[in-house]
Ligand binder design. Sequence first.
Ligand code: AMP
Ligand code: TRP
Length: 326
Amino acid sequence: MILLSGIQPTGRLHIGNYLGAIQNWPEFQKKYTSLFCIVDYHAITVYQDPKRLKQNIYEAAALLFAAGIDQKKSIVFVQSHISAHTELAWILNCIMPMGWLERMTQFKDKSQKQGKERVGVGLFDYPALMASDILLYNVDVVPVGEDQKQHVELTRDIAGRFNKLYGKTFKLPKAIIPETGARIMGLDDPDKKMSKSEKTYGHAIYLLDSPDDIRKKIMSATTDSLRSIRFDKKRPGIYNLLTLYERFSGDSRKDIEKRFQGKGYAKFKQELADIIIEGLRPLQNKYKELTANKNDIDTLIRQGADKARPMAEKTLRLVKTKMGLL
Ligand code: AMP
Ligand code: TRP
């Protein structure tokens, strides 16, 4: 069974990315042939500062390795290093009805915010490229957040359409969505998902934040004026912090509520900051070790592309043959 997931190098990775995605990925290597793609062509669907993009690609790769993804067991690679991704995306474009793309929630949200005159064609076409990422590798399962489920379903639809037109070529992939508690909210605004594009200081804890920053951000996180420390979805601020406590400690909700019964928010936040700092420490140490020599990560990324490329090219050749292009 083959697994593929992707992450956009659009900013620095935060604990939402960690708990919702990256932390689970090393586990997958045991069960699946796994590919992890840093989707830089998806990132440029909105403007990226060139220097920062380069740094973000490097940092994302290094963090994946630091989190325990092993280039010997899995394949970590950068999307733009393999030209088959954009080639297949073009081909899929040609059989992709506009209406399907117009129905995508992510596009509707983003284009409404920016307006049609401003938004790039790439953003509209984003799901075709994502379908191409998946279909090139005969993928069975795609671990993604809830928000990406629609794109994986579109991938199945376009694969089905291709198979109908040109004969069975693609496998139909399935999304796997992590269990609840995987949606981490902004610390400054618990009604909004923690996001790489939100720039306020107290919004997100980045994986490479110093202990000082982590503590400051937790201590100033938005809560409410009630006192009790309980998992109550109607109180999004404290619920989000408790979820972080649950995920970083591995303790049950009942035990956590019991531990903080009658205690104040300040005490709870102190302890939460402690376990996040400790929880991220091994990752941060490993990151430092891996990046001591910059070339090491570059070499690993190159190796990843060298492993993935023949797989992608084989699929592309098959597609072209079926279509009469070869
Ligand atoms: P993105 O940051 O949109 O490139 O997402 C990369 C991965 O992290 C995807 O699998 C997302 O579902 C996951 N992710 C992003 N933000 C969060 C969040 N706030 N909580 C949980 N998972 C997240
Ligand atoms: N669109 C995904 C996101 O924003 C990233 C992505 C691109 C992806 N290609 C993919 C995820 C292929 C899974 C499989 O999170």
